[in-house]
Design a binder for this molecule. Sequence first.
Ligand SMILES: NC(=O)c1ccc[n+]([C@@H]2O[C@H](COP(=O)([O-])OP(=O)(O)OC[C@H]3O[C@@H](n4cnc5c(N)ncnc54)[C@H](OP(=O)(O)O)[C@@H]3O)[C@@H](O)[C@H]2O)c1
Length: 259
Amino acid sequence: MILGFIGTGHMGSSIARALHQQGIHRFLLNNRTKAKAIAIKEEFGADAEVAPLEEIAAQADIIFVGVKPTDMDDVLRALPAHHGIIVSMAAGVSLQEIAEVLPNSRIIRILPNTPVVVGAGITLATFDGSFTPEEKEAFFGLMSPTGRMIEVGEDKLNPGGVITGSAPAYLDYFIDALAEAGVNMGLSKEEATEYVLHMCRGAVDLALSSTKSPRQLGDEVCSPGGSTIEGVKVLLERDLYGLVRDAAIATYQKNKKMR
Ligand SMILES: NC(=O)c1ccc[n+]([C@@H]2O[C@H](COP(=O)([O-])OP(=O)(O)OC[C@H]3O[C@@H](n4cnc5c(N)ncnc54)[C@H](OP(=O)(O)O)[C@@H]3O)[C@@H](O)[C@H]2O)c1
């Protein structure tokens, strides 16, 4: 398969790297600042070339467009007619908007997240009406080195993308804040960060393998009259749920204005 990548920034290059591990595809790479595409080409060796949009449109079976939503119009209008599949990562740019500019292409929208770099991403995907169940399955197979793939309706893509695509940043800040709390209690930042990261991984693995909800598992840690509930009470008194909800809504609203 020939895979085109237009926009080899953080997300485009992460997905290209994950797919390159399969060792069976050819990559045509294009980035506004050419040096970024050249760097990936050098990493991939003979499997990749830096190519103009014309060549990508003519040859690629699938074109991944990894530019910011504000740059989507420029790219879509500059891309010559393409008769393959366009995979857009841009939050807030609808299937219909893309189809209006590229009527000959079939379109998939995806919202990946940064853990795709280590094959542990979650990517939400929505397909235009032309894809059969077998074609969707084949696309998920192609993307499997990036992590979990989930098909959603287009209306779920933006809210889902907030809590999968943007929220890794919230969690990273929470991890750092908890590590800082450890420093306040006498740990070094390095050891506190290591403890918190492993705690998070364990808590998530437990929640994923359990039939209980995360809230039930949290309640089980809070023995009545014990020490954990004292900490949880502080989080709830300071409106943890409201704070997180407001953060997610702020991201969601901004996504809607990003064009
Ligand atoms: N990062 C995430 O966690 C995440 C999660 C979900 C979805 N996404 C989506 O993924 C897309 C990319 O995000 P990102 O974080 O990877 O951004 P990024 O690192 O800024 O990458 C965007 C790349 O697009 C290139 N570009 C811009 N205009 C171009 C053009 N006309 N032709 C070719 N290349 C062009 C930029 O080139 P320059 O080097 O010249 O700037 C840059 O390398 C966005 O639509 C974003 O909404 C990102």
